[in-house]
Design a protein around this ligand. Structure first.
Ligand SMILES: *[C@@H]1O[C@H](CO)[C@@H](O)[C@H](O)[C@H]1NC(C)=O
Ligand SMILES: *[C@@H]1O[C@H](CO)[C@@H](O)[C@H](O)[C@H]1NC(C)=O
Length: 320
């Protein structure tokens, strides 16, 4: 019934758009696109070629858009190291300050997170959200953690050393306070240690007894939270984490987000968001972070740019 209604409304608005084609659209009427903030993933840096290319593809669509790529150090090599070594809570805090201090962002922005940058931007929304995020779009992120440390390229020694240290004793205080990936490690077969020792994820997912109501309140203010998953994902174990689902790696059973307590008891505002039509699960072709120009531009057209004419979170679902 609801589905039918949505289709009808979409058709109606399409008709309106056609009739109004000769009038100036809101995009032409001087309304600037909302700025975009991008948080890159593990092993990347804020000046990487890939990021530059993706930023330029957004500018092809919105020539006047302001884009900020988050950095933890202005030196690209240290910025890259900070994707492996550091304390995530402190990194998120530094980013809250970086974004608050940027006058270009004062009116709010759309946030795009790549891989681990996605759950870190979600933490920004939950803990700070000042200035506020309109749409949060995450690509291949580990919202429900990882059950194994991500694999490294053969020649990536920084990555390999982080991985080896982490695997040696993931809950030891040395590892959990210093290795970034250990701070979102979550093995569903060992929830006891996770709830006791997790340095980042258990808190930001509000999984402990005491819930922080601010997290749920802030996340529910998003207009859209879009989680993209890579169809041929091999890097992130398990890939279901990109849709906030949980996988039992022994039985292969997958519990979807909507069937989990974090959603049903609305620990972080996802249910409230979903009931407003603001929660979207999309799958894109490709291996981890192999973003096609086509999928990227579709995202940019759908979720970035000026405010859409039809509000209330009601919009056509595009298949990516
Ligand atoms: C809840 O989170 C907010 C935002 O990070 C923080 O200011 C507050 O101290 C937290 N409350 C508790 C009880 O931890
Ligand atoms: C995962 O599946 C196995 C085998 O069916 C089962 O014994 C185990 O309890 C399950 N784990 C969780 C966390 O549900």
């Amino acid at each position: 019934m609801f589905y039918h209604l949505a289709i009808t409304l979409a058709v109606v608005s399409w008709t309106v758009a056609c009739l109004a084609a000769s009038l100036p659209s809101r995009e032409d009427s001087g309304q600037k696109p909302l700025p975009v903030v991008i948080w890159h993933g593990m092993g990347d840096n804020y000046r990487g070629d890939g990021l530059l290319q993706l930023s330029n593809e957004i500018r092809d669509i919105y020539p006047e858009i302001y884009i900020h790529t988050i950095y933890l150090s202005t030196d690209p090599s240290s910025d890259r190291s900070a994707t492996f070594f550091g304390c995530v809570d402190q990194q998120v805090e530094a980013v809250c300050e970086q974004l608050r201090d940027n006058p270009e962002l004062a009116g709010g922005f759309d946030a795009v997170g790549f891989s681990q940058g996605g759950q870190f931007l979600r933490a920004y929304v939950e803990r700070c959200d000042d200035p506020p995020v309109r749409n949060l779009i995450t690509w291949g992120s580990q919202h429900n953690g990882i059950a194994d440390m991500p694999a490294c390229k053969d020649t990536d020694w920084v990555c390999k050393s982080a991985r080896n240290i982490a695997r040696s004793n993931v809950w030891g205080s040395y590892v959990r306070d210093r290795i970034v990936q250990a701070q979102y490690y979550r093995d569903p077969e060992d929830m006891e240690n996770y709830l006791e020792y997790s340095a980042f994820l258990a808190d930001v997912n509000n999984e402990r007894g005491e819930k922080n109501a601010t997290y749920a309140k802030n996340l529910a203010t998003l207009e859209n939270f879009v989680m993209l998953r890579f169809k041929d994902e091999q890097t992130v174990v398990p890939k279901e984490t990109s849709w906030f689902a949980e996988k039992n790696v022994t039985s292969d059973d997958v519990t979807l987000l909507r069937d989990r307590p974090i959603y049903q008891e609305d620990w972080i505002g996802l249910k409230a968001l979903d009931e407003r039509g603001g929660l979207t699960f999309l799958e894109v072709p490709g291996e981890h972070m192999q973003i096609s120009t086509e999928a990227w531009k579709k995202m940019a057209k759908e979720y970035l740019g000026p405010r859409k004419v039809i509000g209330n979170g009601l919009k056509l679902q595009t298949a990516f």
